[in-house]
Each structure stands twice: as C-alpha cells, then as structure tokens.
Ligand binder design. Structure first.
Ligand code: GLP
Length: 260
C-alpha cells in the first residue's frame, strides 16, 4: 500500500488524473471503477478539465459504478447512476452505453448482482478502481463485518452511514436502508485501486485501515493485501498516522519512472 500525503484536494485530483490519463494513453479501452461521495469529486473535475482542454479521450473507455441504493426510482437525482452521470460521465466523451451500475430497481436482486459481476468480467475486469472510505472504514457499501471474499450483493447500511449520507437527501428518513455494492472480493480484483480520503473526520478510519490490523471490522483494511493500492490523503486525513513522516519521505524520494 502506497500512502501519499498531499496539501489538498486539488493536488489529489491532479495526481489521480495523471494515473488515469496514463492508463488511457496505453490502454484506450481501459475499464474504470467509479466511486461516488465527495472524495472523488476533485478527480472528476480534473478529468473533465483535461478532456475539455487537452482532449483526454474516454471514447473507448468503460465505467463501472461501485455501488447503488436499493429502491430509489430510476432517474432519482441521488441514485448513484445519476450522480456518476452528473459528476463525471456527462462531462467527458465516454459512451453512455459503456457506463454500468448495479441495478437497485431490479425485482430479482440476486440475479441483478450476478449480472453485474458478469458484466465486469465480460469487460475484462477493472483496471483502475477509485474509492472513498466511510467514517466506519467501509469501502463501496461494504460495512464492517463484510466478508473479504464477498461479491456484488445487497447490504444493509449502519445508521452512521445513513446519517453521513443524509446530507445528500432532504431528510434522514429518505436515505434507503439497503444498497447493492461490489464486494470486497470484487474490489480486490481491480488491477489498481486508488483510495481518496480528505478531512479530519476521516483521520481515525484512515489510521485503522492503513496501520491497524487487517480485520473485517474495518473493511478497507483488506487493501493491505492488494498488490497495487494507492492511498491519497490530505494533511487532515493523515493526521493520526504513526508513519506519516516515513510516507512523506518515501514519496519525496520516489523514482520518477514509477508513477503511481
Ligand atoms: C458512501 C459511498 C462510498 C463513499 C463514502 C464516503 O457511503 N458508498 O463509496 O466512499 O460514502 O463518502 P465521502 O467521500 O462523501 O466522504
């Protein structure tokens, strides 16, 4: 796991966009794993800017959403399908038919989850998965206790996550209790994972998943087993890390050819 501590969101957005740009240049039909929440927004802004200014080309790329609420009607502005469309895919030239998400409106949820796994496999697997992290250490919507072997499935949200996400709705009551999420096993198969965390409210979760034991109580800690996981933090999110100086030193002295 590589930990990179940066001054702020703008820098995080640029560094992640560099990695995505590089991927698209050597693999124009790359498969991107797309996260929602506020953490990846600086990345989407940067990518939209590079598309606009420099012609960064997504025309052959594919996108797979990480998760989705169950029960929000199609087109609901807070469904993750809509959020991803609004925040990212509508702002670049990715083909709408190449953007996928688990179907939270399906009558047969297990079949929809299996179909989603099949569609990721049919696209050749995810090359680069963007992630945020919840205050309880969840990634995607894999709440504490999720199996490290889990695949796309239905999950119940813990109340803290519903409260954290209530800011996107008119009231807490509107936040669904159920979600579909890529499993931890699904996420672990992405060839490169970039997790972004910013702000002091994430400092504890970051300390636990980066430096604590690998345990299902902290789902993001599974990334300690990932062969290519990058964690991009601002100073506030990094403030509880024991080895922060070591991570800074390592990154400052990293050979330029390595990239992220
Ligand atoms: C939601 C999403 C996660 C996201 C988390 C943190 O629960 N399902 O994918 O990482 O929120 O969101 P934020 O980046 O807004 O803090």
């Amino acid at each position: 796991m590589e930990v990179v501590i940066l001054n702020g969101s703008k820098q995080i957005g640029k560094l992640a966009a560099d990695a995505i740009g590089e991927l698209l240049r050597h693999k124009p039909d790359a498969v991107l794993g797309l996260a929602t929440g506020s953490s990846p927004l600086p990345i989407y802004d940067e990518l939209a800017g590079r598309h606009e200014r420099d012609g960064l080309d997504f025309s052959r790329a594919h996108g797979f959403a990480l998760d989705e609420y169950v029960g929000l009607p199609a087109g609901h502005p807070e469904s993750y399908r809509e959020v991803i469309r609004r925040e990212f895919t509508n702002r670049v030239n990715i083909a709408p038919e190449n953007v996928h998400g688990p179907d939270g409106t399906a009558a047969d949820i297990p079949a929809a989850c299996q179909a989603y796994e099949d569609s990721i496999a049919a696209a050749g697997g995810i090359d680069l998965q963007l992630l945020g992290v919840g205050t309880d250490g969840h990634i995607g919507f894999n709440e504490p206790g999720s199996s490290f072997a889990s695949r796309t499935r239905i999950k119940s949200l813990i109340e803290q996550t519903r409260r954290d996400n209530a800011r996107f709705f008119n009231s807490l009551a509107e936040v669904p209790h159920h979600v579909l999420t890529q499993g931890l096993g699904t996420i672990m198969e992405a060839r490169h994972v970039i997790l972004v965390a910013t702000g002091a409210q994430k400092a504890q979760a970051v300390r636990e998943f980066v430096e604590g034991p690998v345990a299902a109580i902290c789902p993001a800690s599974v990334l300690q087993f990932h062969p290519h996981a990058t964690v991009l933090l601002d100073e506030a999110a990094a403030s509880a890390l024991k080895l922060a100086d070591f991570y800074r030193h390592t990154y400052d002295n990293k050979p330029a050819w390595q990239g992220l």
